[in-house]
Design a protein around this ligand. Structure first.
Ligand SMILES: [Zn+2]
Length: 395
């Protein structure tokens, strides 16, 4: 009986701890240049109030992620030799892109593109063509997403789901201290889809017909379907164009242009995956690979044409914004003279959640914004002209 009471006390303390830990809040104060007649507070559909989100995932942990993709985006030197296939980039290499690839955060800051990596723990440092744990840690620390892609990338039946899904996440956690709960199905094998939730995953991505959220060739209207983030989102992954006829920059551009044209009527989250970005010529001879020049030119296009409209972030980062947006309330609104204050509160979180960002739009009727202050720590930025306020919700 004593043991039983002790257990109940511990259980109660655990519940009390987690109940307290699960609320994330910030208090925002907006100073106007005059007393506004009224005001509006809206939550932006996407982070930074962007027109559309784009997630690019590189699968299977090949070394050109480290040798090519990351330095290219950061604006650092790219190695001349591609260890993955032994290619040399040829004349004009090594290539340096000063400044790297960024988009505008709506408040005058440049944010580096964040890509996602679909990782199999068994392949890490397996041979010279694969990244090692140190690389993965550095990419994670740079804000890139790490997606669970199965321990051994098993695609043929029978499949040990616990080993493929949970064990893979545990190994990543052991090495870099992050438990990946966003699962990218290996080889799009459909039998994984009903198994991921019971193995602790919060979202599943795969090219499997019948997924919830598989609409319009991978274009997800986050406005219409956002509630899906609360019930184990399953989302289509789309490969970069693979056949020789369509695999060119114009095809990639046309897809992005068509998505951009949907705004502001629809707010689209579009994602693509590839395997390799470091070949010496335009493409690898096999499917689903962007070559070096195509990858570089594609990034260049995204930055040059869409810096203001696009949000380039990994699948988990975007899903978590939508989750925060879906589960946040704005309360305690108070207008004292020309000062508006209100609380932004996220009531719950997902396991292993990394991002707690929310973008707000505040508008004063008959007054302009002079200044914004956000109480507490965490990321924040604002634009007095547009009323955009980016906050990171904290415990
Ligand atoms: Zn794969």
């Amino acid at each position: 009986m004593k043991k039983y009471s002790f257990f109940l006390v511990v259980l109660f303390l655990c519940i009390a701890f987690f109940a307290q830990a699960q609320s994330y809040t910030r208090t925002v104060s907006v100073e106007f240049d005059a007393i506004p007649n009224s005001y509006t507070i809206d939550v932006a559909k996407l982070k930074y109030n962007k027109d559309f989100a784009y997630s690019l995932t590189i699968d299977d942990g090949y070394k050109d992620v480290w040798n090519v993709a990351y330095p290219l985006i950061q604006g650092n030197w790219v190695l001349e030799n591609d260890i993955f296939q032994g290619y040399n980039y040829g004349s004009g290499m090594p290539f340096q892109k000063v400044g790297g690839y960024t988009f505008d955060d709506g408040c005058g800051h440049q944010v580096p593109f964040h890509l996602g990596l679909a990782i199999n723990a068994s392949q890490i440092a397996k041979n010279a063509s694969r990244i090692n744990w140190w690389h993965l840690q550095a990419l994670y620390d740079a804000g890139w997403d790490i997606l669970n892609h199965g321990h051994y990338h098993v695609e043929a039946l029978p499949i040990d789901f616990e080993d493929e899904i949970k064990e893979n996440a545990e190994q990543v956690d052991d090495h870099i201290g992050f438990f990946p709960r966003h699962f990218a199905i290996p080889a799009n094998q459909p039998v994984y889809a009903p198994e991921t939730t019971s193995q602790g995953m919060v979202a599943t991505y795969g090219a499997v017909m019948g997924f919830q959220g598989v609409y319009n060739g991978g274009l997800w209207d986050v406005e219409g379907d956002i509630a899906a983030v609360n019930s184990g989102l399953q989302l289509l992954r789309t490969s970069v164009p693979v056949d020789s006829a369509s695999m060119n920059l114009d095809a990639l551009k046309a897809k992005i242009n068509s998505i951009a044209a949907m705004a502001p009527n629809q707010t689209i989250w579009y994602n693509e995956y590839t395997h390799a970005v470091g070949a010496g010529n335009n493409q690898y001879p096999n499917v689903s690979n962007l070559g070096f020049q195509l990858f570089r030119d594609y990034l260049d296009f995204l930055q040059q044409d869409y810096s203001q409209q696009i949000w380039v972030a990994g699948l988990q980062e975007v899903e978590e914004y939508l989750f925060v947006r879906q589960n946040t309330t704005i309360s305690n609104q108070s207008l004292n003279g020309n000062i508006l204050t209100f609380d932004v509160t996220l009531s719950t979180s997902q396991p292993s959640q990394r991002h707690f960002d929310l973008s707000l739009l505040v508008n004063g009727i008959g007054a302009n914004i002079n200044n914004v202050t956000v109480q507490g720590t965490g990321f924040q930025s604002f634009n007095t002209a547009t009323g955009l306020i980016n906050v990171e919700l904290v415990k």
